[in-house]
Design a binder for this molecule. Sequence first.
Ligand code: NAG
Ligand code: NAG
Ligand code: NAG
Ligand code: NAG
Ligand code: NAG
Length: 449
Amino acid sequence: MEFQNVCTWLVAIIATCASSVTVQVDTAVKRQPPGLKSPMKVWWAKELTPDFHIAGRLTERQIKYASEAGFRSILSLFMYETNDGGNFGGEYLPTTAEAWATAHMAGLQYVALIGGNDDWTSIDTIQRFHDVLPALRKPILLHCDRGYTITFVTLMHMANQTRHNSSFEPKIYSHNFYKITAAMGLDFTHDDMKEVVANVTGEPVVEKPPKHNCEPEEWRDFWLAHPISKNWYMGGQVRKCDVKILEQTGFKAIINMRLGVTHNGQPSQEPTALLNVKDEPTTYGNSTTPPRQDLKTLETNKINEHHSSDYISKKSRINYETENPLEFGDDIGYNEDAEEEVVLKTSLKYYHIPIPPNSTFTASMFSQIRDTLIQAGQLGPVMLHCSDGRRVAYFGVLAAAIHEGHDLNWALKRVQELGFEVSPDVQPDVYKMYCESFEQSHSFKNEEL
Ligand SMILES: *[C@@H]1O[C@H](CO)[C@@H](O)[C@H](O)[C@H]1NC(C)=O
Ligand SMILES: *[C@@H]1O[C@H](CO)[C@@H](O)[C@H](O)[C@H]1NC(C)=O
Ligand SMILES: *[C@@H]1O[C@H](CO)[C@@H](O)[C@H](O)[C@H]1NC(C)=O
Ligand SMILES: *[C@@H]1O[C@H](CO)[C@@H](O)[C@H](O)[C@H]1NC(C)=O
Ligand SMILES: *[C@@H]1O[C@H](CO)[C@@H](O)[C@H](O)[C@H]1NC(C)=O
C-alpha cells in the first residue's frame, strides 16, 4: 500500500517535469532579457514590446548607457524646467535641456511630451503620444519619474491602436492592460483611471481588475527593481546612490550574487560597466591580451570611435571610461568589498552569495543557498542583484515560489515574465533545478506532516 502511494506520486512528478510546458504569461509580448545589447548597463529597462521599454527619470550616464545598449530615442513624458534638476540618492538628474544635450551627444533622438502640471491621464496626453511617435526611431526608451505614468500612457496608446487600427500588434484590451500592469507591479485600479481605460478601449469599466501584491506598495521609489512577487525584487548591479534609496524605500536586505574579489582562492573580479566600452566577459589578461581595463584593451573595445572626450566628462582627455567607482569598480573590475562597505553603513542587511556567471545551475546549488535566501526574505523587502539580473532571476523566482508556496508552473510563468525563459529546451539546467527543487520541497513538506 505504502509502496503504491510512493509510485503514484513519482509518476505525477515526472509527468509535470517532462512534459513540454506552455506557460501563459501576463506580458504583451514574450519578453527578452532586459537591456538590449547591454544588460549590464540597462538591466533596469522594462520591455513592453521590442519597440517600447519603460524607465524612471534618467541620469546623464543612464542616457549614454541607453544609447550604447542600442536604444535610438528617448521619450520623457514630462518636461523638467531649468529649476527642476532632480536628485537620486545624491546623483544629479538633468533638466530636459540638459538631457536633450546629452542624448544628442550620444546619438539619440530626445523628446519631452507634457508639462509637469499637465494631466497625464487625459485623452489629450495619449493623443500627443500618438502624434509624436512616427517621428521617433525605434527602439524607444520611455520614461517618467518612476516608470508609472508613462506605462499608462504607452499602454493606452496601444489600446487605442487596438481599437482603431486592425493591423496593430500586440492587441491591448482592458483585461490585458490590467494583467500586464499587475505583473509589472503597477496599480491603475483607481476609479478615475478605470474611466479613462474604458473610454480608450470602448469596453465597459472593469469592476475588479487584478492588482499586484508588491510589498511595499511604494517600491517604485526604487524604480530600477524588477518586482518578482510580494517582497522579492531583482536586478543588475546597483550603484552607490541606489543603496540609500533602497533603504529609504523600505528594503531590508541586499543579496549580491556576483563573485567577490577572489573565489576559491583565485582572483575573480567580474567586469564593470564602462562608458563607451563594450561589455566583455573577461577581466583578466592572458599571454596575448592585457587585462580589460588596460588602456590598450580599452582602446580596442571602444563602442564609438567618434565620440569627443566630452562624452566622458569636461575634464577627460580620452573618449572612453577607465574606471567606474559609482558601480563599485576599481582599476581591475567590479569590487564586491567596496559594495559591502557601503551597504554596511546603512541599516540594510548584506548577503553575499557568489555564483559564477554562466554556471550550470543545479538543485544542489540551490539547496546550499535556499535557507539563506528564505531567511533574508523573512526580513522584509529584499533586493537580489548580480551584474545583469540573470543569475538572480533564476534563483530569486525559485526562492519566492518556495517561500510563498507556489508551484513549478508559477515559477516558469514568473521567470518568463521577467524576460528569462526557462523550459526543457531553453536553459534546461535551470529547468531541471526547478523540477528537482520543487520535488524536494514537496517531500520536505510530506516528511514534516
Ligand atoms: C487613436 O488612433 C486613431 C487611429 O490611429 C487616431 O486617429 C487617434 O488620434 C488616436 N487617438 C488617440 C487619443 O491617441
Ligand atoms: C496602424 O498600425 C500599423 C502597425 O503598427 C502602423 O504601421 C500604422 O501606421 C497604423 N495606422 C494608423 C492610421 O495609425
Ligand atoms: C472620452 O474622452 C473624450 C475626451 O475627453 C470625450 O470627449 C468623450 O466624451 C469620452 N467618451 C466617453 C464614452 O466617455
Ligand atoms: C555567458 O554566456 C553568454 C551567452 O551564452 C555569453 O555571451 C557571455 O559572454 C558569457 N559570459 C561569461 C562570463 O562567460
Ligand atoms: C586571451 O584573451 C582573449 C580575450 O579574452 C582571447 O580572445 C584569447 O583567445 C586569449 N588567448 C589565450 C592564449 O588564452
